[in-house]
Design a protein around this ligand. Structure first.
Ligand code: PAF
Length: 299
């Protein structure tokens, strides 16, 4: 069957499902009818990065489901769960305009009832990078994503490459646990000036936003050097650090900066063909992440 084209708000008859059991029954019924399902898991406060996930999902399946759930399990005790930005009405409009068929927006207590006691844990690819700085974070992500997969029953699921370690972790989980789901990574969407789109950008003051630009500028400078033939990770990393210092001074504090194998996420000293250069930084109180791929083939 031909996948449905991008739909228009007025023509669209988007459903909002809150009850997990109803979500599962609905997805199962559509599968019995022979329909294919694409899932875009989100925590809401949707921006162009999420819209790009929906745009990739729309032609890839008969039905597009967007889940909106701020997952407490992936936030640390001192993180921003309580203040995480939310705008359900705005999110509904965004989904409708992107031709989404179903929003799945469960309640916290329906996803994690008091007796809940199971966790999904991926051991190796979660060790470094964000995993080293956010204990428990990826167990929270894999646990909720496994549940969303069991409820929305997608054939394909779409994740942004901005959360590169999350994407690798979910691919590993899907392989290891034999989920019959294709995981599709979607390129980072950036503002015109290079800042990677993120719901957390909403926390930034104008001065902080300016400082935050140093992150993508640093990554781009390293990529340029790599394209000119530089292979040594310490030199590439130095270029990122210098760009951040020049542009943002002390306003931008790196939490980590690493050059890794794009599949195993192990750090590498020398980039032969491909690597991901990834960082996390604090700009004021806001923690931001960004990355870029270094690839000989594309250079
Ligand atoms: O990337 C996100 O927004 C979240 O980590 C996800 C995948 C929706 C799980 O809560």
């Amino acid at each position: 069957m031909e996948p449905s084209p991008l739909k228009n708000t007025a023509l669209n008859d988007m459903k909002i499902i809150k009850d997990p059991r109803q979500m599962q029954e609905y997805a199962l019924a559509r599968r019995v009818e022979g329909k294919t399902i694409a899932l875009v898991p989100t925590m809401g406060y949707l921006h162009q990065g999420h819209v790009s996930l929906m745009e990739h999902a729309r032609p890839a399946a008969d039905l597009v489901i967007v889940s909106i759930f701020v997952n407490p399990l992936q936030f640390g005790p001192r993180e921003d769960l309580d203040v995480y930005p939310r705008d359900f009405e705005g999110d509904c409009r965004t989904c409708e305009q992107a031709g989404v068929d179903v929003i799945f927006a469960p309640q916290m207590s329906d996803i994690y009832p008091p007796e809940f006691q199971t966790e999904v844990s991926v051991s190796e690819v979660t060790r470094g990078l964000c995993g080293a700085h956010r204990p428990g974070h990826f167990n929270g992500v894999t646990t909720v994503v496994a549940k969303l997969f069991n409820l929305a029953l997608p054939h394909k699921a779409f994740f942004g490459e901005k959360d590169y370690q999350q994407l690798v972790t979910i691919k590993r989980m899907v392989e290891d646990l034999n989920f019959p789901i294709e995981i599709i990574g979607v390129p980072i969407v950036r503002e015109d000036d290079g800042l990677a789109m993120s719901s957390r950008n909403a926390y930034l003051s104008p001065a902080e936003r300016e400082a935050a630009l140093s992150l993508s500028h640093g990554l781009f400078r390293a990529r340029e050097l790599f394209e000119q033939g530089e292979k040594r990770s310490p030199i590439l990393q130095q270029a990122v650090r210098e760009a951040i210092r020049e542009h943002a001074g002390q306003s931008c504090q790196l939490e980590y900066l690493a050059i890794c194998d794009p599949d195993s996420l192990e750090e590498i000293e020398q980039v032969e063909k491909q690597a991901v250069i990834a960082l996390a930084a604090r700009v004021g109180k806001t923690r931001l992440i960004d990355n870029t791929l270094l690839s000989r083939e594309s250079s």
